[in-house]
Design a protein around this ligand. Structure first.
Ligand code: 6PG
Length: 242
């Protein structure tokens, strides 16, 4: 199932995203006692992350039942403003009653290949899987780059063809950085995947993605096998298709 939610402003987008996270977390926590979410980096989700550390979300979120993971990470020190985990820590994790043991950053401080392998092994262990099985997240939040990348899955990269490993290492982005990313098999097994897209700078890629899909763009490869796909967009992002 694909749901498209269009709101007027970036502020409203952040609130809608926070409401989605909290409602999914409450639902999963009461249904099965836990909630697993993988967060993206970049600028778009940061207003939403900031709202999670404020009322009403601060009180509503079942922090003790939530495990935080990352969709991707740039291999830089946490203090670096490029660090996705570092930014999430600054935006809300350090301001909310999260259990330190429930926060699972990608190891961006070590050799990327080793970090990707270790994170993949951690996911297999966390989700009590055997080798070759695919971790299933309750919710994965994704952004989109102007080139149609998502996570750290960039156009033309071999990692797009990864069928087994849950996480992989690559060099990409502007400026090119060593990165670790979840792979498509994991993203497409999630119970819910939410793209959050904001701003006029993304209107061109949204027009391409929602247009006749002649483009072999990484974001178009996100097709949850039996999960729900939600598009959260503001009016600027859809200004070329609405
Ligand atoms: C990353 C992100 C990446 C991001 C897009 C959009 O670590 O770079 O996970 O996939 O979502 O590049 O980034 P903005 O939100 O900054 O436009």
């Amino acid at each position: 199932m694909v749901t498209r939610i269009i709101v007027d402003s970036e502020k409203e987008l952040a609130a809608t995203g926070s409401e989605l996270i909290v409602s999914e977390a409450e639902r999963c926590a009461s249904l099965k006692g836990g909630f697993s979410i993988a967060l993206s980096g970049g600028k778009t989700p940061r207003p939403m992350h900031g709202l999670l550390s404020k009322e009403p979300f601060l009180s509503e979120m079942p922090w003790d039942k939530t495990d935080f993971f990352w969709v991707d990470e740039r291999c830089v020190p946490i203090q670096n403003r490029q660090s996705n985990y570092g930014n999430a820590k600054r935006d809300f994790l350090d301001k909310a009653p999260v259990r330190p043991g429930n926060v699972h950053p990608m190891p961006g401080e070590m050799d990327p290949e080793t970090g990707a392998r270790e994170y993949g092994e951690f996911l297999i262990d966390f989700f009590s899987l055997s080798e070759g099985q695919i971790p299933v997240f309750d919710l994965i939040f994704l952004g989109i780059g102007e080139d149609g990348h998502t996570a750290s899955l960039f156009p033309g990269h071999d990692v797009l063809d990864e069928k087994e490993r849950p996480a992989a290492a690559l060099t990409g982005g502007e400026p090119p950085l060593d990165r670790i990313t979840l792979t498509l098999p994991v993203i497409n097994r999630a119970k819910k995947v939410a793209f959050m897209v904001s701003g006029k700078s993304k209107a061109g890629i949204i027009k391409k993605l929602f247009g006749p899909n002649s483009h072999d763009l990484p974001a178009l490869k996100v097709r949850p096998s039996d999960g729900e796909l939600v598009w959260l967009l503001d009016s600027d992002a859809v200004s070329l298709i609405e």
